[in-house]
Design a binder for this molecule. Structure first.
Ligand SMILES: [Zn+2]
Length: 410
């Protein structure tokens, strides 16, 4: 059964919300406590032991570990293990100078994770266990949640309470099992995600559908400009970031829903998406945080396609390596970065000329399914039919210049 992640708002009494925040604060204390003990061990012995056994031993010495559900404490412990593992990996590459992973900020609210046990969701009512050792004696809290109404799920697998830095509210994330819609299609599609062209999707019949990313780029540029005059992480700054996010997400919903609709009309059963490496490589965005901030709309596109696809029985894969797909000629296979000319046109000396994103989507299709939708058995390459959509506030605008030749082939 496909799994999707649902974002949910929490509606709780102020006292309940205060208890939840306290439990999240305990999780931060536990996270930092584990780090502190590991650092101390390292200073004394020159070794770091992140085995579960050693961490469980340390947990017994941390009073705040009794402040929230015991299984959630184990998941905090695993977060520390993960932090150390990625720290070791960076250290190996010489990318970090400091001695250990960093502490979480004092007062930061850490997520409370529930997997399989300790929570109950019935309709919009949620009950959470908080363990048996809290000083205030509270063992369970109940509250209501609300989420997008169009998702009907079978079962909740996981539940997390998280603090959303931008909205400043605590929210819930539910990992739910959905019943896959009836889908008897056999078609396949491949999607290339990018900036100027948000999505380029190649279909079996050689049609490539493009969704312009210009509107989203303009919105992001506008809000970045607004924010540049504000103090980072200030109230105003967060408010602006929140607005940008809402506007961009709105456009992402419009375009991904349209593409899934297009896939349904064409009987698509499977969508392959190129990984996002190309996006990070295209421009130098400086440090890792900047790269993450930059790439969020594109990760969002993948998530949206995944859950919207799951609801109608389309399998979505995003493990197709995008390496060199943008600079490889789809017709002759030559790899030439100089072929990618300005204004997004890909032109090769073999005679193949195509919009660069059309070329990329066809390459991802070929990589995913080991066959090209436009290459004939004689080696002749057909000209793909290109449909280009623009995104407006209220929907996807149909192409204005139908039949305008965006592609040519030898
Ligand atoms: Zn070529």
């Amino acid at each position: 059964m496909p799994l999707i992640t649902l974002k949910a708002q929490i509606h709780a009494d102020p006292q309940i919300e205060a208890v939840l925040k306290d439990a999240m604060f305990c999780a931060t204390k536990v996270y930092n406590g584990l780090l502190w003990h590991l650092r101390k061990e390292y200073q004394e012995t020159g070794k770091v032991n992140i085995s579960r056994k050693n961490l469980n031993r340390i947990l017994k010495e941390l009073p705040r570990a009794k402040g929230y559900y015991s299984m959630s404490v184990q998941l905090t412990r695993d977060e520390v293990r993960e932090a150390y593992k990625s720290f070791f990996a960076l250290k190996k590459k010489g990318l970090v100078q400091h001695e250990a992973p960093g502490f979480r900020r004092k007062g930061q609210l850490s997520p409370l994770k529930y997997v399989q046990s300790g929570f109950k969701v019935e309709g919009d009512k949620v009950a959470l266990s908080l363990g048996t050792g809290r000083e205030d004696g509270i063992r369970e809290v109940t509250f209501r949640i609300s989420h997008r109404p169009d998702v009907k799920y079978e079962r909740v697998r996981e539940l997390s309470i998280i603090y959303d830095k931008v909205s400043g509210r605590i929210e819930a994330r539910l990992v739910v099992e959905v019943k896959a819609g009836e889908n008897n299609g056999t078609g396949r599609a491949a999607v290339d995600i990018g900036e100027t062209v948000l999505m380029a999707c190649a279909f079996d019949d050689g049609t490539v559908v493009l969704y312009s990313g210009r509107h989203i780029k303009a919105i992001r540029r506008y809000w970045q400009k607004v924010r540049s005059s504000l103090k980072q992480n200030s109230r105003r700054w967060k408010e602006m970031t929140h607005r940008e996010r809402r506007q961009v997400e709105h456009l992402l919903h419009i375009s991904t829903s349209h593409l899934i609709g297009e896939c349904m009309r064409r009987g698509v059963k499977e969508i392959a998406i190129g990984d996002l490496n190309g996006i990070r490589e295209s421009v130098d965005y400086g440090d890792r945080l900047n790269q993450r901030l930059h790439a969020w709309p594109y990760r969002k596109v993948i998530n949206m396609l995944r859950y919207k696809g799951a609801l109608v029985g389309i399998i979505v894969r995003d493990d197709i390596s995008e390496e060199r797909t943008s600079i490889t000629c789809h017709a002759c296979g030559r790899v030439m970065s100089s072929n990618r000319r300005h204004r997004g046109l890909y032109a090769c000396s073999c005679g193949w000329r195509a919009q660069a994103d059309v070329n990329g989507a066809l390459n991802i299709y070929e990589r995913a399914y080991k066959v090209s939708p436009v290459k004939g058995s004689s080696g002749r390459v057909a000209r793909p039919a290109v449909v280009s959509y623009h995104l407006g506030w209220h929907g996807v605008a149909e192409p204005k210049h139908e039949g305008k030749p965006l592609c040519a082939s030898a």
